[in-house]
Design a protein. Structure first.
Lengths: 320, 283
């Protein structure tokens, strides 16, 4: 029997294409938008922008530290630089450059990070960063965004072009269901309650929002009504939405393609422990590196798919 | 700004040296050696070379801009900024103290006029300067971007990423300067990590290299900076190799790494100030 999903899709596409298309549109809207890429223009889907605006696009070669510094300089000169590379090289490799030249200096730089998480797939753990959200959310001044599908990523890309300040935008490689509307308005820092529920809240981010939608239908079949909240902005976190929902449901699950340590779940736990202590279960990677495999295989092996969200929801319910 | 004579500029240098020594002495921390060695460069730049406006605008459109990549020279930079009108000279007394805009290493966080990016973690300033220079090119603003780096700083890999990039992208509105004093915090650069032939290295990276052999002689620094300007706009980024002596101007501090990151005590300060005429009035 097929599941009665509250959100459905007819098409799958990678979130990086949402970024690429949003980036091109942002460039058409605002002549100050410029781009940089460290030898991954094809992978980041930045080629259309480069073709249309060659004078506003800079190939940096395989030199990410320099790319971050140049972005800070372009921002000083009044430009809105979108610096793209894989999430691994956009964070850990250049943490100090981001910290000093971008975050501490409060520069209007958009760090655009693709191929994040396990769903990068076959390239394996060297490229599957699972620590980036933690690193970025710790930086003062930094806004951290992790949209869930093509449409939301495109909307987020357009929104950050209009926001003044440093942003980390995380997206990915796999073809993924497009289940949010094309005409959505993206509000930075405003969580989106996608499905109303009363028994347990599922806070999900990135690709795992889709898994949460599937999990909600699975739980409903068993008579458990889950609320699904799409936390596309990890920082600043929408405390009101989180507390409002948990006050209603009394327990929660966090779901993210990231280490449990330092991820979205940690931020939610901090919010709950300070304001409204309630059971919270985590769906995330538990202090390990990833490995090669298909996205689906990896989400299953590392416990990040809809089935695992269902199990976590039941654990949370049992602790109420 | 009306042009000042070499003698007037030299007088500003002795005052800058006094400021630096008094600032680091007052908080018993900071880095006196390198700013003493770069006094002529700072003064020549701010009082003779830069087309700039002390009514500070972050984006610096329509101005020449300077970036200090080796942020530990902050005392010297703060002195020259205040002496050229960016903020009150009296504020120098807050250097490295709580609630000051004059942080130990330069920062934008406290909104100190003249500072456009934080520096201190080495190797980042050249990249930032290149970015600003490219923004100027997009805007068809024909002003120049200057950046100062330490020679020890060249041990950071990012500098060479930036060097490669600037030549490849023909960032020829950029004049970088290396403070070539041969010293770093643990000792002489040739003992710590030999820089070998810097001129050949930068030339191999596609830069126009301009040697300024007498980096502590005002006339020669100005002539060298004029030469650098004449080399700009010709398709290559320009690098000044500025030969200086760390600790220049104070006989017991010159030519050694020992004063790189150590302040003078009361007695040493008095002795040093005795060698430096108070020309513009101490803060």
């Amino acid at each position: 029997m097929s599941l009665d999903l509250k959100f459905t899709y007819t098409e799958k596409k990678d979130t990086r294409s949402g970024f690429g298309d949003g980036f091109l549109e942002a460039g058409r809207k605002n002549p100050n938008v410029v781009g940089l890429c460290a030898d991954l223009i094809g992978s980041l889907k930045m080629g259309d922008f480069q073709k249309e605006f060659p004078d506003r696009f800079f190939q940096t070669g395989i030199a990410e530290a320099n790319m971050i510094g140049i972005s800070a300089g372009l921002a000083i000169g009044g430009k809105i630089p979108f610096a793209g590379t894989f999430a691994n090289f956009a964070t850990g490799r250049v943490y100090d450059q981001i910290r000093q030249s971008v975050a501490y200096s409060d520069k209007n730089v958009k760090i655009c990070a693709s191929h994040a998480g396990l769903t990068l797939g076959e390239d394996g753990a060297t490229h599957q960063i699972l620590e980036d959200l933690g690193m970025m959310k710790m930086l003062p001044h930094m806004t951290v965004i992790n949209p869930c599908d093509y449409n939301q990523t495109k909307a987020a890309t357009l929104a950050i072009a209009e926001y003044e300040g440093p942003v980390y935008l995380r997206f990915g490689r796999p073809s993924w269901p497009i289940f949010t509307p094309a005409d959505q308005k993206f509000e930075i820092g405003k969580a989106w309650k996608m499905i109303d529920g009363k028994d347990v809240t599922i806070f999900a981010t990135g690709h795992l929002v889709w898994e949460a939608v599937v999990a909600e239908a699975m739980l409903r079949e068993e008579g458990i009504y889950a609320e699904v909240i799409n936390i596309h902005t990890i920082k600043p976190l929408d405390l009101e939405a989180i507390l409002g929902s948990v006050k209603k449901t009394g327990c929660a699950v966090s779901a993210e393609e990231h280490q449990v340590n330092g991820g979205l779940g940690d931020s939610i736990a901090q919010t709950l422990s300070r304001n409204y202590p309630a059971p919270l279960e985590y769906v995330g990677v538990n202090d390990s590196f990833g490995e090669s495999g298909t996205p689906t295989q990896l989400l299953e092996k590392y416990g990040l798919n809809a089935e695992n969200i269902v199990k976590a929801a039941k654990r949370a319910l049992a602790r109420k | 700004m009306e042009k000042q004579s070499i003698e007037q500029l030299q007088k500003i240098c002795t005052q800058l040296r006094r400021d630096v020594l008094r600032m680091v002495h007052a908080v018993q921390s900071g880095h006196p050696g390198a700013p003493l060695g770069c006094a002529e460069f700072f003064v020549a730049l701010y009082f003779d070379q830069l087309r700039h406006n002390p009514d500070f605008k972050m984006n610096g459109k329509g101005e020449d801009l300077f970036f200090l990549s080796n942020g530990h020279l902050s005392a010297g930079w703060y002195s020259v900024l205040s002496r050229s009108g960016y903020f009150p000279v009296a504020e120098l007394k807050t250097f490295r103290k709580l609630n000051s805009r004059l942080q130990g290493h330069p920062a934008t966080h406290e909104h100190l006029p003249g500072i456009r990016v934080a520096s201190g973690s080495l190797g980042q300033g050249l990249s930032v300067a290149i970015g600003v220079a490219q923004a100027k090119k997009i805007d068809k603003d024909d002003h120049l971007v200057y950046v100062l780096m330490g020679d020890g700083e060249l041990q950071e890999g990012q500098v060479w990423e930036a060097a490669m990039y600037a030549a490849h992208h023909k960032v020829d509105n950029l004049i970088a300067t290396v403070d070539y004093n041969g010293q770093q915090i643990d000792g002489p650069t040739d003992k710590i990590m030999d820089l070998m032939n810097l001129k050949a290295k930068w030339e191999a990276f596609g830069w126009e290299v301009n040697e300024i052999k007498e980096g502590n002689d005002m006339k020669s620094v100005i002539a060298g900076l004029e030469k650098a300007k004449s080399l700009a706009g010709k398709g290559k980024p320009v690098l000044n190799l500025l030969y200086t002596e760390m600790g220049f101007g104070v006989d017991f501090m010159v030519g050694t790494h020992k004063w790189h990151g150590s302040p003078p005590n009361d007695e040493q300060l008095a002795k040093a100030l005795g060698q430096l005429e108070e020309t513009l009035g101490d803060y």
